[in-house]
Design a protein around this ligand. Structure first.
Ligand code: GTP
Ligand code: MG
Length: 361
């Protein structure tokens, strides 16, 4: 386990060439040179991160290691996020981001173009027709959906179900185009991922259980840093591995456990915000289905409305484009309520947790 957390140790000889080749890291002597190089670059339209103004090969490597492997990732990053990587610093971070934005020509676009892009979004079946109907056809790719609710309300079961359903052919409600197998990334923070459940769910849909398991990459996250690292890994390999689904089950538990007490709340929220940005980038960059689960906390000071509120506060609530609240009903039945969505009405439906997964009542 320890080796997973250990950072790579390099000898001094190995480290030196990297410092020399990167104008950003050797500031005192080579800053002017780096600036000149960066300015010279800015006349062309960059097509890779290395061609951006202010980026040398070592900086490109550092950026990629931190989840900024594409021009889009940099164009949508904040100066503070980039400045904190290695010793890039604010001035260079600003230059890199501006160059990335220029390369992508990021500005307003007309609504018909937005409409065309929205049509590229797919929907993944949930295993329950009623729930699919509630969601306007299934879970939407390209954005983040939060599943929140009390313990045993079915968050983990629904997340498992989506790992399987995403692998179905497109015509059956999945994302498989018949050529490139769909890879699912599952960040498991509580140790509740169960391959047995995947096998049972795959059999129901007549998918090969072994192949279905092989397409799911499970990352057991032992703390919040590790969780963030795994999310960055997904960003780096999304295109190469055709990762189309990212599950974080559960999103806030490590952050809550590590940042106890009010005094550290601001730090926790800042870190969580950074994590959420990585998840949102993944959703947009690779048209990914991003699902996060979240527990509820009883708030004794809430006199009106629901005293059970999702963890993580406004930061999580605002980052999730769609929020679904799950609650227990009789026996295997669970109620799902659309709490927040840019296009769905606030309504609810009932599904059942069966041996073979999520099904209708
Ligand atoms: P927490 O992670 O504790 O917050 O809960 P959760 O919302 O993730 O709950 P989860 O999805 O783990 O749901 C647990 C429920 O699923 C259990 O209460 C069972 O009723 C049901 N369940 C889990 N496995 C099976 C199974 O193999 N067969 C059937 N019929 N039900 C199952
Ligand atoms: Mg769970």
């Amino acid at each position: 386990m320890a080796s997973k957390h250990a950072s790579k140790v390099v000898s001094a000889e190995e480290a030196v060439p990297e410092l020399i080749e990167d104008p950003v890291l050797v500031k005192s002597e080579q800053e002017a040179k780096a600036d000149a190089k960066a300015d010279a670059k800015s006349n062309d339209t960059p097509t890779s991160v290395e061609e951006l103004a202010g980026v040398g090969p070592a900086t490109a490597k550092k950026l990629a290691e931190n989840g900024y492997a594409t021009i889009m990732a940099l164009a949508t990053a904040s100066v503070a996020e980039i400045a904190n990587i290695g010793s890039i610093g604010e001035k260079t971070a600003q230059k890199i981001i501006e160059s990335a934005r220029g390369a992508l020509n990021l500005s307003f676009e007309t609504a018909d173009i937005v409409n065309t892009r929205r049509k590229a979004m797919s929907r993944v079946t949930t295993g329950s027709n009623e729930l699919n109907k509630l969601l306007g056809g299934g879970m939407e790719t390209g954005s983040m959906t939060e599943l929140y609710g009390e313990f045993r309300s079915g968050k983990t079961q629904l997340a498992h179900q989506l790992c399987v359903c995403a692998q179905l052919p497109i015509e059956k409600g999945g994302l498989y185009d018949g050529k490139n197998p769909v890879t699912v990334a599952y960040i498991d923070t509580e140790g509740t991922f169960r391959p047995e459940r995947i096998i049972a769910m795959a059999q129901r849909f007549e998918l090969d259980p072994e192949a279905t398991l092989k397409n799911i990459q499970v990352g057991r996250a032992y703390n919040s840093d590790h969780q963030m690292c795994l999310a960055d890994k997904v960003l780096q390999t999304a295109q190469e591995k055709n990762i189309r689904v990212l599950i974080v089950d559960s999103l806030v538990s490590h952050f809550r456990a590590e940042f106890m007490g009010r005094g550290t709340l601001a730090n926790r929220q800042q870190k969580l915000n950074q994590h959420l940005h990585a998840l949102l980038r993944a959703a947009e960059m690779n048209n990914m289905l991003v699902i996060v689960t979240n527990q509820v906390q009883a708030k004794p000071d809430v006199f009106f409305g629901d005293p059970n509120q999702a963890s993580g506060g406004n930061i999580v609530a605002h980052a999730s484009q769609t929020r679904l609240k799950l609650r227990k009903s009789k026996g295997p039945l669970r109620v799902v309520q659309v709490v927040d969505s840019p296009l769905l009405p606030e309504s609810e439906c009932v599904f059942s947790i069966t041996e073979a997964g999520i099904a209708d009542e």
